[in-house]
Unconditional design. Structure first.
Length: 148
């Protein structure tokens, strides 16, 4: 999803894709840090919490683009719930004001009034637990059928 036509080139060949504006690389680069991955994102979040103005500005910028994209998705799909998982959990928790501000300005009133923004309660293992649950679901549904 293109959110910023004047944005950075994306690996897909387009420019200003949501990933290029809210991804780990975008946050770390905007904060003036090196590296990639969760540890790099957490370094920026920690720096912002300690008062690093550049890290704070990077989180505001990425949070703004995060909210921009979420507002568009809310307008299209009218979800009841948006969950920020992975490193977006950390980004959202540090930029919730920007995300909510974009929603307030851009999302349709009827859609934004009932959408809830959350982080996953299962933490970093949510995807693994979900996969395990899917794999075990037939066994749990009918243990005797699979035992035969
Ligand atoms: Zn792209």
């Amino acid at each position: 999803m293109v959110v910023n036509p004047q944005g950075r080139p994306c690996g897909c060949g387009s420019r200003g894709c949501w990933e290029t504006e809210i991804g780990e690389r975008a946050l770390v680069r905007a904060a003036g840090y090196d590296g990639i991955g969760r540890s790099a994102v957490l370094a920026v979040v920690d720096a912002a919490a300690r008062g690093d103005a550049m890290a704070q500005a990077a989180l505001r910028q990425v949070g703004d683009w995060l909210g921009f994209g979420v507002a568009n998705l809310v307008n299209i799909f009218n979800p009841e719930l948006v969950i920020f998982g992975g490193t977006l959990r950390d980004v959202y928790l540090s930029s919730a004001a920007q995300v909510r501000g974009r929603l307030t300005r851009m999302a349709l009133v009827a859609a934004r009034e009932h959408v809830r923004l959350r982080t996953p309660s299962l933490g970093d293992d949510a995807a693994l637990l979900g996969a395990a649950d899917l794999a075990f679901e037939p066994l749990l549904r009918d243990p005797l059928e699979l035992a035969a």
